[in-house]
Design a protein around this ligand. Structure first.
Ligand SMILES: [Zn+2]
Length: 469
């Protein structure tokens, strides 16, 4: 622990100028965030002309029914226009709020709010919770028209929206209540650790965050997801037998198999698994079941089990812990930095002893450009995992034969092909874009494009056959 603290102290020493130099941080944040937004707009403009292509890539030509390709192009075009508009709208909004000292104003408003309830400014944690909720609330309202438009105009026009206005409102209220129920105690504990551990907070905060994430792994599917969707046991039949068979052959600790009513809100479809290492649950969207044949859904599950087999979620969790750790290691330098707060219009009496939550928020805004790079790296890792899981599905036959014998492996030879068919039909039914600009895709997509995946599947199959001969 002492080695850790001396290393962290060295980092802090290197950054000590943050606490004294009067730097115009606000100007930096404005410049950074505009750069990111303009870059994202540039990517959209690179992608946009591809929506005017008249035919799908040759490899997919036969998979589109008449009119389906045109539909997917029109959907992509509308989504791109909307993304361009909302990106710029949000940026202008954030930038204006920043310019007029919105954060300093919110901190003061939070102080007045808790004063009405009988607390003074000594109650930093109470004021911090009020502050975060004022920020959250006031920044949600101006973007509300965007989500209304997205759901009831855009998705509706292309036949995806299943949300009713009533469901939209109850969903929103539920998420606000949830944010408060989980957010307030989380924030209180988070800030308490700073008060208690002082500048030696890093390991304690890490331990706290990891425990919180583990608790959420248990609570999300059991408590939170059922508030929004209905999970029911998958009906008896071909599909259930196939998946249970797959689980047995791979020694996947399957506890429950659910169907989820994803179609209540949207007809986009998917499948996923969750749970603790010894008791896993698989959830399949009803839309996937309706849109694909059981043998194709089985292949999608084979891909998902590939993620489990290679421990991709655990690896992702590890990478994100590393990410959080590096952020926290830099933070102490910004924790007691009056010039930081002054540059964001906080009055001298607040800037002199910066409230932790304010310092943390401003610090995160400063990190925006680094975060953009991190997200590109995360996407690259995630794409690699997708290919690994696809390869797993292709090689499943050989893997099962090695452990369970010829009989267990029977009928698995075409798993890759079935996965390919399932992917194509998912893409076609969801009107996903098939023409993708490489830079746009690298920045935004955590999954390889359909064409890349089909090419990959073919290659994995060829390698498998070569190995056999
Ligand atoms: Zn995947």
């Amino acid at each position: 622990m002492d080695i850790l603290h001396s290393q962290l102290a060295a980092v802090q020493q290197k950054l000590s100028w943050v606490q004294t130099e009067p730097i115009n941080w606000k100007l930096y944040v404005q410049a950074f965030s505009w750069t990111v937004t303009l870059f994202e707009s540039y990517l959209l403009l690179r992608q946009y002309p591809l929506y005017s292509k008249k035919a799908p890539p040759a490899a997919l030509e036969k998979d589109f029914e008449p009119g389906a390709f045109e539909k997917s192009q029109a959907y992509g075009k509308d989504k791109a226009k909307f993304a361009l508009f909302s990106g710029l709208y949000k940026q202008i909004l954030d930038s204006t709020l920043l310019h007029f000292g919105f954060y300093a104003w919110s901190w003061q408003a939070a102080g007045q709010l808790i004063a009405k309830l009988g607390y003074n400014s000594k109650y930093e944690i109470t004021q911090s919770i009020a502050f975060v909720f004022i920020l959250y609330f006031l920044s949600t309202i101006p973007t509300l028209p965007l989500s209304v438009y997205g759901t009831f105009v855009l998705e509706e026009k292309h036949g995806f929206n299943k949300t009713t206005p009533k469901l939209f409102v109850t969903d929103m209220i539920k998420s606000w209540l949830l944010a408060f129920t989980f957010g307030a105690p989380f924030l209180a504990a988070f800030l308490k650790i700073f008060q208690w551990a002082g500048d030696r907070f890093v390991p304690w905060l890490m331990a706290f965050m990891i425990s919180f994430q583990l608790i959420m792994v248990i609570l999300y599917p059991t408590v939170i997801q059922p508030l929004f969707n209905k999970l029911s046991p998958l009906a008896e039949g071909d599909l259930k037998q196939r998946i249970e068979g797959l689980a047995v052959k791979l020694r996947f600790p399957l506890k429950h198999l659910y169907e989820i009513d994803g179609s209540k809100r949207s007809s986009h479809s998917n499948a996923y698994f969750f749970g603790l290492p010894w008791a896993k649950h698989i959830v399949i969207f009803d839309t996937l079941i309706q849109q694909s044949k059981p043998e194709e859904v089985e292949a999608v599950l084979a891909h998902e089990l590939g993620h489990w087999f290679f421990m991709h979620p655990t690896k992702m969790l590890f990478i994100s812990q590393l990410h959080i750790f590096s952020i926290l290691a830099l933070f102490p330098a910004f924790l007691h930095a009056p010039p930081l707060l002054s540059s964001f219009d906080f009055p001298p009496h607040v800037a002199r002893a910066p409230p932790t939550i304010v310092a943390f928020l401003l610090f995160q805004m400063i990190l925006t450009p680094i975060e953009a790079v991190v997200s590109i790296i995360m996407n690259a890792v995630s794409r690699k995992f997708e290919f690994e899981a696809d390869r797993f599905a292709v090689d499943l036959e050989d893997r099962v034969r090695a452990t369970g014998g010829e009989k267990a492996a029977a009928g698995m030879n075409d798993m890759g092909e079935r996965l390919g068919r399932a992917l194509v039909s998912l893409h076609v039914k969801n009107l996903s874009t098939v023409w993708v600009d490489w830079l746009y895709s690298a920045y935004h997509h955590s999954h390889p494009t359909l064409t890349e995946r089909l090419k990959g599947l073919e290659q994995f199959q060829a390698e498998k056959m070569k190995k056999r001969n």
